[in-house]
Design a protein around this ligand. Structure first.
Ligand code: PRX
Length: 654
């Protein structure tokens, strides 16, 4: 791991301040900065009282014996002794409290088809699928992979698993067959729920065919349930006798009621695989009660959710943002939300603004990479679009550059909507650093202040407090990951070893400014953030070296205008082998096959050697300098300085 914080520059010296409007402050859940400070102090001084009050807003079959159990740190337990169910809190609770007829999901497909589901209807669909799962022998603790486009059945499948205590492992539908296989085998998946296809930019992606390839020969997979998305656009997919079943046929054969399973606090709720610094993605574990409370409370306060809001998060449920801020956190708050299947530029670049106008969206949560794409497409797509329903905007996935922030603020937010720039991770389960929209004056590009109960620090490698260094989190919080599936040691080593178990190590650099605001400076490890998606450079490297002509490779991240970061691969070939465009194409095709098209490098460069220290370690810092066209940093520790010079020359020529 390279915690090379000397090379980490403080990217922004933005000092413009945007306080929330008086009108927003007046009605906000957290109204004014004093209210934030008071509640924050309480949450830090007496976290148990703070979190139990939050939990009291939800339904429990049995309340907890203790709020936080630290006895087996870092395997913390939250709300131990309680029994609850996430699907109950997302659905049944609202029906019992008279919100059953309210729209839960306004779904819109890419071709323009749409479907509204009230909380009652969603409950019914979830109960039916739960009964199907039970009828097929799925029981508590079984792992179920979900590989679906953004259709209502994706949320339904997630909630059905939660309802019966099965563990969902959602695989983003852009991942390849090999990625499905890795995840299915790692978690010994019992069942896969997929669809014949899904729309993306006017094309039908044939998802079932990808699943067939991915699970071929995986004996653990007993059933594949297939949603029919291609009603008007038939997708040829072969149904394997005995293993494959049509979703619509199964749900028509079962009853409408299914009692929610009483889950223990630390029962596994889901696995979500994410990239780390090795070639193997890790199955991040989230459990029931703590994640329930954290997803609920962060949604309520950060999005300032109110009964009449129409919320829209443009992420895919295949990522943590969709888990927490489409499914669990949002539905627990009982508001209406939009769910959209397709691309932002289909049939044209105005699609998102049409959706906001059509559904009168009041809260809009998207990624900086999308905002930069909108800017590039031009303001004309906003002409004659009524965005006056919006009252709050949010971003997630990477630091937002101030220019994009200002555009978002002016062009989308009409200079009246606060922007919540939320810093968090798959591992944290929910927001960690974020403005509270009715309390925090924002600064463009800054994730600002900690959420309640979160105690951040900025440390040097040796653990002393510094102004710019490595972000650390001091205390456990309810939404935190509970482990890496099948590898408790890796959990400890990755997240808790850096400062002897005293802090959680997220892997990001940060600095604090004079107002105490925290600015995220990007990763300090070999993880690259491409369009808000985490990609471990080691994952690509291990794919490249599988090619018979490749000796070694090093992949680095470089700034990219739209994606935030792009990938550049340096590849050395085995002595005597030729390299040409054909090899380049083969290597890119290998990435498509092993990971997915979204992980394609921008450039693949061949070289005879890579810059290494005398002990043989590849100096990625120098490769980044080359790829960014910068002056080379210190080269004195290199075994052979001529390597880097020739690489630089070659890079400039190409
Ligand atoms: O580097 C940080 C960046 O995304 C990483 C987490 O990625 P992932 O687990 O895929 O979750 C993304 C969605 C929560 C972090 O370690 N990141 C995320 N949000 C921000 C961010 N960097 C700066 N500012 C943010 N708002």
């Amino acid at each position: 791991m390279t915690t090379d914080n000397t090379s980490m520059e403080s990217v922004s010296h933005e000092d413009r301040l945007f306080p929330p409007t008086a009108a927003f402050v007046k009605d906000a859940h957290i109204s004014g900065v004093e209210a934030y400070k008071n509640l924050y102090t309480k949450s830090i001084e007496d976290p148990e009282a703070f979190w139990s009050e939050a939990a009291d807003e939800l339904h429990w079959f049995k309340k907890w014996d203790s709020v936080l159990d630290r006895s087996d740190a870092p395997f913390y337990k939250w709300f131990d002794g309680s029994r609850t169910n996430l699907s109950y809190n997302c659905l049944d609770r609202h029906i019992e409290e008279g919100r059953g007829d309210k729209t839960a999901i306004h779904w819109e497909g890419e071709p323009g088809d749409s479907r509204d589901l009230s909380y009652k209807q969603l409950h019914l669909e979830v109960c039916r699928l739960s009964n199907v799962l039970k009828a097929r022998g799925v029981s508590k603790g079984d792992r179920i992979a979900i590989y679906l486009p953004m259709v209502p059945e994706l949320a339904i499948a997630v909630l059905a698993c939660a309802r019966i205590g099965a563990v969902h492992s959602v695989i983003f539908a852009g991942f390849s067959a090999d990625s499905i296989r890795d995840r299915v085998l790692d978690s010994e998946t019992r069942m896969v729920i997929t669809s014949d296809g899904g729309y993306r930019r006017g094309k039908m992606l044939k998802l079932k065919n990808i699943v067939d390839e991915g699970v071929d020969g995986c004996a653990c997979v007993k059933d594949v349930i297939v949603v029919k998305r291609g009603e008007d656009h038939p997708v040829d997919c072969t149904m394997q006798e005995g293993r494959d079943h049509w979703y619509h046929e199964l749900v028509s054969q079962v009853g409408d009621e299914c009692t929610a399973e009483e889950m223990e606090a630390e029962d596994l709720l889901f696995l979500l695989y994410t990239s780390g610094t090795t070639g193997k993605p890790k199955g991040i574990m989230h459990t029931t009660a703590g994640y329930q409370v954290y997803s609920y409370l962060t949604s309520k306060y950060v999005f300032d959710l109110k009964g009449d809001d129409v919320y829209w998060c443009t992420a895919d449920v295949g990522w943590i943002t969709g888990h927490t801020y489409i499914v669990y956190g949002i539905l627990q708050n009982g508001v209406s939300q939009v769910m959209y299947e397709g691309a932002p530029n289909h049939p044209n670049e105005g699609r998102f603004w049409e959706i906001i106008e059509k559904y009168k969206v009041s809260i809009f949560y998207t990624a900086p990479t999308a905002i930069r794409a909108f800017m590039k497409w031009g303001d004309k797509w906003l002409n004659n679009k009524d965005l006056s329903s919006l009252r709050l905007l949010g971003t997630v996935g990477e630091a937002i550059n101030p220019e994009a922030w200002i555009w978002y603020h002016k062009m989308i937010g009409g200079e009246r909507c606060p922007i919540v720039d939320t810093w968090w991770q798959t591992e944290t389960g929910g927001h960690m650093l974020t403005p509270l929209p009715g309390a925090t004056a924002t600064k463009p590009g800054c994730a600002t202040v900690p959420f309640f109960g979160i105690k951040p620090a900025i440390l040097s490698d040796d653990g002393s407090d510094v102004e710019a260094g490595i972000l650390a989190i001091k205390e456990p919080w309810p939404g935190m990951l509970r482990g890496i599936y099948g590898d408790p040691q890796r959990y400890k080593d990755t997240y808790w070893c850096k400062w002897d178990g005293r802090y959680y190590f997220p892997g990001d650099g940060a600095r604090v400014d004079a107002d105490g605001y925290i600015w995220i400076l990007g990763r300090v490890d070999d993880v690259v953030n491409v369009s808000g998606h985490r990609i471990g450079t080691a994952e690509l490297e291990s794919v490249f070296v599988e090619h018979k002509d490749v000796a070694e490779s090093a992949v680095v991240g470089i700034p990219h205008e739209i994606k935030g970061q792009g990938l550049v691969a340096f590849v050395t070939v085995i002595d005597g082998r030729d390299y040409d465009d054909q090899l380049r194409k083969e290597l890119v095709a290998m990435i498509d096959k092993s990971i997915g098209k979204f992980a394609r490098p921008e450039r693949v460069l061949f070289s005879s050697d890579l810059p290494k220290t005398r002990s043989g370690k590849i100096m990625r810092r120098l490769l980044r300098d080359i790829a960014e066209g910068k002056e080379l940093g210190n080269v004195t520790t290199l075994a052979d300085p001529s390597v880097v010079e020739s690489l630089q020359k070659q890079y400039q020529q190409e």
